[in-house]
Design a protein around this ligand. Structure first.
Ligand code: A3P
Length: 318
């Protein structure tokens, strides 16, 4: 007879054995709860819904991958720690932004480690709301969501996947494109990810702020002000007068972060040691519309039609 203490574990394993898996990206993906997760991270991410304990004053930076997570982490971290450290002693001068804000359940964000962090916690996730504990939406913690025009998000994903130190053959642009449009990409389908957070932001605008990469690029000062107010640390009149908002924007800008030694030469193991990420690969071009340099017009049109069809009637547009 099996011991009852092992039952939940064997139930999980039995469930995992039934889940669809796809190869093609830098690591295999498994479909869980309508979301494609990196297979070797599956158990960790499955545990988040049951074991992550959100606190009322948590701030969660939720992003679709390749939408500017690194940038949002730098901005939110700089805004929320500015009373403790200024631009000359910021931990961002010596740490990649990914490091200063842990991912829930991954990369420095093991669930028992998160328990030990003092409040208010600044956390990050790529998981959609359906894979987070329901308490995230009931205890009142704040979520900042960031996504990006899908063609640019795709091109950024394709480059990044091919830079990951996994040692296999690179994925071709065509194969990557077909999988992305089929919804098979890390944390995809992308449209479900965007729409889940979009609906949350419409239902609870005080708690869920919805941002697009393009919006930050076109008016970073406005977004940084909005973000500070949303995080309950609005800029004071004195800070406005002395140019602190501009300083936050320029400190976290692509050029400024990319040129720091830690981001030029450093790197880190990610995803359970399965892949090695060079910090420099998190700062590729930082441009809006770079898709035209990689995708054909036909591909662009196909993706636009898909986006139109998926987002029709939702109010979300790109
Ligand atoms: P590109 O590949 O188009 O250059 P993520 O951090 O979610 O992985 O997203 C990475 C994308 O954000 C990359 O896009 C990267 O260059 C861009 N990026 C990183 N830091 C940035 C910054 N400070 N400002 C603007 N874009 C940034």
């Amino acid at each position: 007879k099996g011991s009852s203490t092992n039952e939940p574990e064997s139930n999980t394993e039995a469930l995992i054995a039934t889940l669809p898996t796809r190869e093609g990206w830098s690591t295999p993906l498994t479909l869980y709860n309508n979301c494609w997760l990196r297979s070797h991270m599956l158990r960790r991410f499955m545990a988040v819904r049951d074991n992550f304990k959100p606190r009322r004053d948590d701030i969660i930076l939720a992003t679709h991958p390749k939408s500017g997570t690194t940038w949002l982490k730098a901005l939110a971290f700089t805004i929320s720690t500015r009373s403790r450290c200024d631009f000359t002693d910021s931990p961002l001068l010596t740490n990649n932004p990914q490091r200063v804000v842990p991912f829930i359940g991954a990369m420095g964000g093991d669930l028992d480690v998160l328990e030990t962090l003092p409040s208010p916690r600044l956390l990050a996730t790529h998981l959609p709301p359906s894979l987070l504990p329901p308490a995230v939406s009931t205890v009142g913690c704040r979520v900042v969501y960031l996504c990006r025009e899908p063609k640019d998000a795709f091109v950024s994903r394709w480059h990044f996947d091919n830079k990951m130190g996994k040692g296999g053959a690179p994925i071709t642009l065509d194969d990557a494109f077909n999988m992305f449009c089929e919804g098979v990409s890390p944390f995809g389908p992308f449209w479900d990810h965007y729409l889940q957070y979009w609906k949350e932001s419409l239902a609870r605008p005080q708690e869920v702020m919805f941002l697009k990469y393009e919006e930050i690029v076109s008016d970073p000062l406005t977004v940084v002000r909005k973000l500070a107010s949303f995080l309950d640390v609005p800029f004071t009149e004195e800070e406005e007068k002395s140019g602190v908002v501009d300083q936050v924007v320029s400190f976290c800008s692509f050029e400024s972060l990319r040129n720091l030694d830690v981001n030029k030469t450093g790197g880190a193991e990610r995803a359970g040691g399965k892949i090695f990420i060079q910090h420099s690969s998190l700062f590729r071009k930082g441009k809006v519309g770079d898709w035209v340099n990689h995708m054909s017009n036909e591909m662009g049109e196909k993706m636009d039609r898909l986006v139109e069809e998926k987002f029709k009637g939702t109010g979300l547009e790109f």
